[in-house]
Ligand binder design. Structure first.
Ligand code: NAD
Ligand code: IPM
Ligand code: MN
Length: 352
């Protein structure tokens, strides 16, 4: 199912679909697409950011490709029907607890990173973010009025052992397939929930003797990510820390417009989306970078559809257009050729 969403969502998804259609023809994949509404575009039609029918239909597809949700016109709605709630509902409703966010620097973009080329060259990190628990979903939550009339906002940061264990196993397994280095990020010096997080990781470690597990506090991890990011291979962390650290890691690769993601459930079903949002500041101008979404589509072919040959071809096509010097505004550097969203998509199609 294709869920374009809001803001730049439809613009970037259009390019990813064009790439998928060409890949389908070239590799005889027989892909077919169903479209649905999520976020503000669903609120405008149905009064809610994700209907139960769309959720059900999405779960019945082989995979989901999503653009982004949100925008200022929906920001004043009550929290329960805001666009972001649609995203949380599909993640939680389909049990997509394992969010994989690979931050890879294409060598052609070393100059586009905000860090020095030598700090980021060869960067290849995988952030494994827990996606259906933690402070995003913990109860109780809300805003209440105290006896003195003052209002108080509160959320609950909670993880059960089983929730920690399953995301930890995803991360250990990912590390086994890579360099065997896993860094778990927590705040165990302050928060009990992450004391338990650390305990569970340590308890599982002997089952993965080929993985070297380390722990780091989140504040230090944020600093280390911009100081010496190549010390990391796989990082595993909770929902909110993972949200923040992956945006920081994105910038190492040149732009948030380069970071794809996969969100998987227990049976391997997946939703694929760029890590960035709906970018209201540039929506409608045709300048958004579609590569994170195109690379998410490649992840979808690899993880959910068992079509790794086509996935690799798309990734190679992306690499080729970067080699040709084509850049959307967010990754533009002097001497390269500035292109629109549609031109970038067309170039990937042509390279494919
Ligand atoms: P954002 O990621 O939308 O934008 C942050 C900055 O990055 C902006 O300057 C934007 O122009 C730029 N940017 C993002 N994607 C880009 C791309 N593909 N190409 C070029 N530039 C890009 O984050 P925000 O501004 O904090 O949030 C905007 C809205 O998006 C909010 O409503 C937020 O809730 C929502 N959001 C949705 C998702 C999602 O759907 N997964 C993720 C993050 C934020
Ligand atoms: C993301 C976004 C979402 C999150 C928001 C829009 C709910 O920031 O996908 O990274 O916080 O998970
Ligand atoms: Mn985010």
């Amino acid at each position: 199912m294709i869920l374009p969403g809001d803001g730049i969502g439809p613009e970037i998804v259009e390019q990813a679909m064009a790439v998928l259609e060409v890949a389908s023809g070239k590799f005889n994949l027989g892909l077919s697409f169903e479209q649905g509404l999520i976020g503000g575009s669903s609120i405008d039609v149905h009064g809610e950011p994700l209907t139960d029918e769309t959720l059900k239909a999405a779960g019945e597809c082989d995979a989901v490709l999503l653009g982004a949700v949100g925008g200022p016109q929906w920001d004043t709605l009550e929290r329960e029907i805001r666009p972001e709630k649609g995203l949380l509902k599909i993640r939680s409703g389909l049990g997509l607890y394992a969010n994989l966010r690979p931050a890879i620097l294409y060598p052609q973009l070393a100059d586009a990173s905000s860090l020095k080329p030598e700090v980021v060259s060869g960067l290849d990190i995988l952030i494994v973010r827990e996606l259906t628990g933690g402070i995003y979903f913990g109860e109780p939550r809300g805003i209440q009025t105290l006896e003195n009339g003052e209002r108080q906002g509160f959320n609950t940061y909670v993880y059960s052992e089983s929730e920690i264990e399953r995301i930890a196993r995803s991360a250990f397994e990912a590390a086994q397939k890579r360099s065997g280095k896993l860094c778990s990020v927590d705040k165990a010096n302050v928060l009990e929930v992450t004391v338990l997080w650390r305990e569970v990781l340590d308890r599982l470690a002997p089952e993965y003797p080929d993985v070297e597990l380390s722990h780091m506090y989140v504040d230090n991890a944020a600093m280390q990510l911009v100081r010496a990011p190549k010390q990391f291979d796989v990082m595993v962390t909770g929902n909110m820390f993972g949200d923040i650290l992956s945006d920081a890691a994105a910038m190492l690769t040149g732009s948030i417009g380069m970071l794809p993601s996969a969100s998987l459930n227990e049976s391997g079903f997946g939703l694929y989306e760029p890590c960035h949002g709906s970018a209201p500041d540039i929506a409608g101008r045709g300048i958004a970078n579609p590569l994170a979404t195109i690379l998410s589509a490649a992840m979808m072919l690899r993880y959910s559809l068992n079509m790794s040959e086509a996935a690799e071809a798309i990734e190679a096509a992306v690499s080729k257009v970067l080699e040709q010097g084509l850049r959307t505004a967010d990754i533009y550097t002097e001497g390269s050729q500035k292109v629109t969203t549609a031109e970038m998509g067309a170039a990937v199609v042509a390279a494919l």
